[in-house]
Design a protein around this ligand. Structure first.
Ligand SMILES: NC(=O)c1ccc[n+]([C@@H]2O[C@H](COP(=O)([O-])OP(=O)(O)OC[C@H]3O[C@@H](n4cnc5c(N)ncnc54)[C@H](O)[C@@H]3O)[C@@H](O)[C@H]2O)c1
Length: 271
């Protein structure tokens, strides 16, 4: 029960990774406020959990700065404290810089980055009182570039470095960390999962041979937000099954064969 008597807010808690984080924190004793632009989605998750006295829902669009302030102030007003803010709500984006317009770019930056800035800015004074922490949900797409993901790549990279900036500025009272999931089975990624050509291509680049389940991301968020991570600060925990451990070079073992063909493989390297 790492979160007994602790109070957490999860943005985008009505679906996918956020929902799994809500379930995990709640199962470990936390009071959890599920904040989502879709109140019905937040309520669906809340209604499925035991201990309703440890759950609250709130309709919030993270684009709405006063709405974010209201979320945080209402949480502290109702439950007396705030121990953990999980900035999870986010949006995807597809298009090269020549294909997306300024309005889209600004929306992605606002939903994925500005919301993290504003929610954190509002929450930090409360987190300082509880020696609390922030966990930001970034992405493996913030570590390098994907074809056609320009705005998302830029936004998630910004989240990762904003995490580091807040971590050093607000230590030792508040720890700030990020997780960077790779492909994870959620409604946001359904367009990828439903496309056989995309999934076939993933087959060659996922060392684990599968996507992540949301519970696997939630476990890492819970670790970073707990006292088990009391000296972890400014870290970006990549949860991609090893996808970004790969340099991107060809799979030599597939082309040259395995140990039974070592001579051939070695001669390929010698030229
Ligand atoms: N699914 C993946 O493969 C993957 C990989 C890396 C990172 N991520 C990141 O994980 C986070 C969660 O994504 P997911 O895959 O669970 O998506 P999802 O669509 O399953 O869930 C996102 C939730 O956020 C809510 N939301 C969306 N816009 C909002 C807004 N403006 N204000 C408040 N709530 C809003 C939605 O209603 C939804 O409940 C995102 O930041 C995403 O970028 C996802």
């Amino acid at each position: 029960m790492r979160f007994k008597d602790k109070v957490a807010i999860v943005t985008g808690g009505g679906s996918g990774i956020g929902e799994a984080v809500v379930r995990r924190l709640h199962s470990e004793g936390a009071v959890v406020v599920i904040a989502d632009i879709r109140l019905d989605a937040a309520k669906r998750v809340a209604d499925d959990l035991a201990s309703p006295e440890r759950i609250a829902t709130r309709e919030v669009n993270v684009l709405d700065n006063p709405g974010l302030e209201g979320l945080i102030e209402a949480t502290v007003g109702q439950f007396g404290r705030l121990d953990l803010l999980v900035n999870n709500a986010g949006m995807g984006s597809f298009g090269k810089v020549t294909q997306i317009d300024l309005a889209h770019w600004r929306e992605v930056m606002a939903v994925d980055v500005e919301s993290v800035f504003w929610a954190s800015r509002t929450a930090i004074p409360h987190l300082e009182k509880t020696s609390g922490s922030i966990v930001n949900v970034a992405s493996a797409s913030g570590l390098a570039a994907d074809y056609g993901f320009a705005a998302y790549n830029a936004a998630k990279a910004a989240v990762i470095n904003l995490t580091r900036a807040m971590a050093i500025d607000h230590a030792p009272l508040v720890r700030v960390n990020a997780v960077s999931p790779g492909l994870t089975r959620t409604p946001l990624a359904v367009g990828l999962f439903d496309n056989p050509a995309i999934m076939a291509a993933y087959g060659g680049i996922l060392p684990m041979g599968r996507a992540a389940e949301t519970s696997e991301i939630a476990a890492a968020v819970a670790f970073l937000g707990s006292s088990d991570a009391s000296y972890v600060n400014g870290h970006n925990l990549v949860i991609d099954g090893g996808m970004t451990a790969h340099t991107g070079q060809p799979n030599f073992t597939k082309i040259l064969g395995d140990a039974s063909h070592l001579d051939q493989a070695e001669s390929a390297f010698r030229g």
